[in-house]
Write a protein that binds this ligand. Structure first.
Ligand code: CA
Length: 236
């Protein structure tokens, strides 16, 4: 039995053209690249086991995939630059300008929060990405760059809002982060200093004024007051 080492030869041009190797049903499938880019070298020492060879090849495939992704991104930028040149103007090398206009740092927020960004670019803004605590929460491709963010999905306390703007040439800029306080859980209100004036019901009828200090409530509703009548008042 002869053994072969499988050697991958894939030129940068082949990779740029979308050439890749994938493992399908135990067989390696070559896409968009000449078959000669994979060679089997006879006479090599046998691999210790097939699984090691598979792992080695999968590692090479993963590396090639990363290279393809990087080349595709670079190719897209080159295409845009070429289009700029063909259109008769210089390539766009200036990043956009972006800022978060709402909310402002230090704001206490709850529920649905309208995050608003303002972005501009000399050529054009391609898209705006909005982040909450570093996690992408939305991508907007046209102004206004506003997005409702459900703050109940965020931890209570400090939250950092961020935004990035891109132009078609791949230039990008980040907005100054906005730090807000998420407060969806409201503490129970406290009541103190309850007084009634006068402290006893007036004989023959009249009004009593109640006062109290309530902290931590948006609204105060008087549900009822238990009144204990003095014995003397009952006798009368
Ligand atoms: Ca630009």
């Amino acid at each position: 039995m002869a053994f072969y080492d499988i050697v991958l030869f894939m030129s940068p041009e082949a990779v740029a053209a979308g050439g890749k190797v994938t493992l399908v049903g135990g067989k390696y499938v070559v896409e968009k690249a000449a078959a000669t880019t994979i060679q089997a070298v006879k006479g090599a020492r046998p691999p210790k086991d097939d699984s090691a060879l598979v792992v080695q090849l999968q590692g090479q495939i993963a590396t090639l995939s990363e290279q393809v992704a990087a080349l595709e991104a670079a190719y897209a930028v080159c295409q845009q630059q070429l289009a700029d040149c063909q259109a008769g103007h210089a390539p766009d090398v200036t990043p956009p300008i972006i800022a978060i206009s709402a909310p402002t740092s230090g704001a206490v927020v709850a529920g649905q929060l309208n995050v608003q960004a303002v972005a501009s670019d000399a050529v054009g803004v391609d898209r705006v990405e909005l982040f909450a605590n570093g996690v992408l929460v939305g991508t907007l491709t046209a102004a206004p760059f506003d997005l409702l963010v459900d703050t109940t999905t965020l931890p209570e306390g400090t939250a950092v809002l961020g935004a990035k703007a891109y132009d078609a040439a791949g230039n990008y800029a980040s907005a100054t982060a906005v730090v807000v306080q998420v407060a969806n859980i409201k503490p129970k209100p406290t009541i103190s200093n309850f007084t009634a004036t006068p402290s006893a019901l007036p004989v023959g009828g009249g009004s009593v004024t109640f006062n109290a200090t309530v902290v931590g409530a948006d609204t105060v509703k008087l549900n009822g007051v238990d009144v204990t009548l003095p014995v003397t008042m009952l006798v009368q």
